[in-house]
Design a protein around this ligand. Structure first.
Ligand code: C2E
Ligand code: CA
Ligand code: CA
Length: 551
């Protein structure tokens, strides 16, 4: 279970970490880039809005002053009837102008293009012909030395108007033009506009000519710009909220959507990869197969080549998959070992043998059953108890059990391994050393570990009779084994010639295709019943206790 958690969480953590990293990198980069773009673009738009407002104001003022200058030049500066047409024409053809008036010294209208005819005819200008109240809110020179004054006025205490006036050059009278203050403000400032801002235009003295849009309350996240007219001195100021720039920018919106889309695709890809990756995780797959009972024992008979009797079998694991295919151990044992799953797999195999072949083997005490036991399992004392418990309530006695030390890596804790082996031997279990002559399973191990049986590797068996050195090595091994009262099993025996050689060398037991390949349980049980009828004498390996006695 501990292993399960380890295999799962590590993979999840790695997948999620990589997913988050891969997904967040473009997001962080995009955000960084976007905020730069917004900053530059927001400020640029705000600056240019302020400049546009100044330009707009200048063009309105320019238009009006041209008309007034022209009237003064043409001396259309009195309330005489002859001036009526010129004043009315000026007001009608100049778009910003709502009224052209001749203004007296107190700033009050003497006449306008609307009532000049009546005033000229002697009517009282205050008797209903021009009843609209004009209240001057603020007044000052438009530009120093320019000859023009600018009045901010309200009409009937309502809408704000701008009045431009200049002297006529004759007496104290002035000529003036009235226009709505809104003409100084950009038209596109409703909240649904792409660029929505608070705009304000002020005179040189700070009197507000016009204002529109909502003033942002949080000035921290705001772009602000101001621009002053060099010609007329008024100032346009613009303020827009940062969020407005993003919300209003269609390009950025699409870009944001695009990047979000990419990130979502990456995240989905990772999310899909995690579940599809898990079943492909070979360790998780081994765990699943173990739980599903797909690892089954095959049995390769071990034969006494002196008497021809059956001495037992070596259990070789097979992975029998749900589709019926059978996988050889070479392709999964190394992973089972490196992942630590080998322990559970080995004990599971032992229990399966007890269930499947326990009765048949238990009835024949001379038969031995060998299990491959990875070297590293011997450096864990708890296996002593586990081995005892596994066979405790089964017909198989511990004296029938052989553990073959298979060693791919050198033994790390030699002393502990030696102690565990001794403890197992004390319970009656025999220890065999596998693949002698190859890898780490050398002579020194064989001597130091105090094993009961040596298994001579197929490599030597193959070259007996043909290669003089191999023959000598096998001879030496057999002599040594016999001197130490160890039994010898030859592996991978494929023909009778090899059987003859081994027998001549004094080898007692052999396994190999010449007798039988590893057999599934049912075939092996049939073979046992056929070859070893109950009560018949089977040869036994010498017990470790015998060895101790002889030593
Ligand atoms: P091994 O313990 O040396 O097993 C002998 C191998 O030689 C087996 O291969 C067997 O099928 C094969 N063999 C037997 N007779 C002959 C023959 O006459 N000719 C040839 N060419 N081959 C023969 P298998 O079953 O593929 O097992 C391979 C190895 O996997 C085993 O080598 C053993 O080291 C390991 N193994 C198998 N089962 C287990 C197990 O339950 N636990 C552990 N830890 N290792 C196992
Ligand atoms: Ca073996
Ligand atoms: Ca072997």
């Amino acid at each position: 279970m501990g292993l399960r958690v380890r295999a799962f969480t590590r993979q999840h953590i790695v997948a999620i970490a990589v997913g988050v990293l891969v997904a967040s990198a473009p997001l962080v980069a995009f955000n960084f880039w976007l905020s730069g773009v917004i900053d530059r673009q927001g400020q640029a738009e705000t600056d240019s809005a302020a400049r546009r407002m100044v330009a707009l104001g200048e063009s309105r003022v320019g238009e009006v002053t041209r008309v007034l200058d022209d009237l003064v030049q043409r001396r259309v500066t009195t309330c005489d009837a002859v001036n009526a047409v010129a004043l009315q024409t000026a007001a009608l053809v100049t778009a910003p102008i709502k009224e052209v008036a001749i203004v007296g010294p107190a700033g009050i209208n003497l006449c306008s293009h609307l009532n000049i005819a009546f005033v000229a005819a002697g009517a009282d200008r205050s008797t209903g012909l021009d009843p609209i109240q004009r209240r001057v809110a603020s007044s000052g020179p438009l530009a120093p030395g320019g000859g023009y004054s600018l009045d901010v006025m309200s009409i009937a205490n309502g809408p704000q108007m701008v009045r431009l006036r200049r002297g006529t050059g004759e007496g104290l009278n002035e000529i003036a033009a009235l226009m709505p203050a809104t003409l100084f403000l950009p038209q596109a400032t409703s909240s649904s506009d792409r660029f929505y801002a608070h705009v304000r235009i002020e005179t040189r003295d700070g009197a507000v000519i016009g204002e529109s849009g909502e003033r942002p309350n949080n000035v921290a996240d705001v772009f602000a710009a101001a621009s002053q007219s060099a010609k007329y001195g008024f100032t346009a100021s613009v303020m827009t909220h940062r969020g407005r720039i993003i919300a209003g920018n269609v390009d950025l919106k699409w870009l944001g959507l695009f990047v979000t889309g990419i990130v979502v695709v990456i995240l989905i890809a990772f999310a899909l990869m995690v579940p599809t990756h898990l079943p492909n995780n070979p360790v998780a797959e081994l765990e699943r197969a173990l739980k599903a009972g797909e690892f089954v024992p095959y049995y390769q008979p071990i034969v006494d080549i002196q008497s021809g009797k059956l001495r037992g079998a070596e259990v070789l694991v097979r992975w029998r998959k749900a589709d019926g295919s059978v996988v050889l151990p070479g392709s999964f044992i190394p992973l089972a070992e490196s992942s630590g799953l080998i322990r559970a797999m080995t004990f599971d195999l032992m229990r399966r043998v007890c269930v499947e072949a326990g009765a048949v083997i238990g009835q024949r005490p001379a038969l031995k059953i060998s299990f491959n036991f990875t070297g590293m399992l011997f450096s864990d004392e708890t296996i002593i108890k586990d081995v005892r418990n596994t066979f405790a309530a089964t017909p198989i006695k511990l004296s029938q059990v052989v553990l073959e030390v298979t060693e791919r890596d050198p033994i790390e804790n030699f002393t502990l391994t030696r102690q565990v082996i001794a403890a197992l031997q004390g319970m009656g279990v025999r220890i065999a050393i596998d693949d002698v002559g190859t890898g780490h399973s050398g002579l020194s191990y064989m001597l130091k570990l105090g094993v009961d049986i040596i298994k001579i590797d197929k490599m030597f068996v193959d070259s007996i009779g043909t290669d003089r050195n191999s023959t000598t090595i096998v001879e030496t091994l057999v002599d040594l084994a016999h001197n130490m009262r160890m039994d010898v099993v030859a592996e991978g025996v494929e023909n009778f010639e090899q059987v003859m050689h081994l027998r001549n060398l004094g080898v007692r037991s052999a396994q190999g295709y010449v007798f039988a390949p590893p057999l599934p349980g049912s075939s092996f049980l049939q073979l046992v019943e056929a070859m070893d009828t109950l009560g018949a004498e089977g040869g036994a390996y010498p017990a470790f206790s015998d060895k101790v006695a002889a030593a």
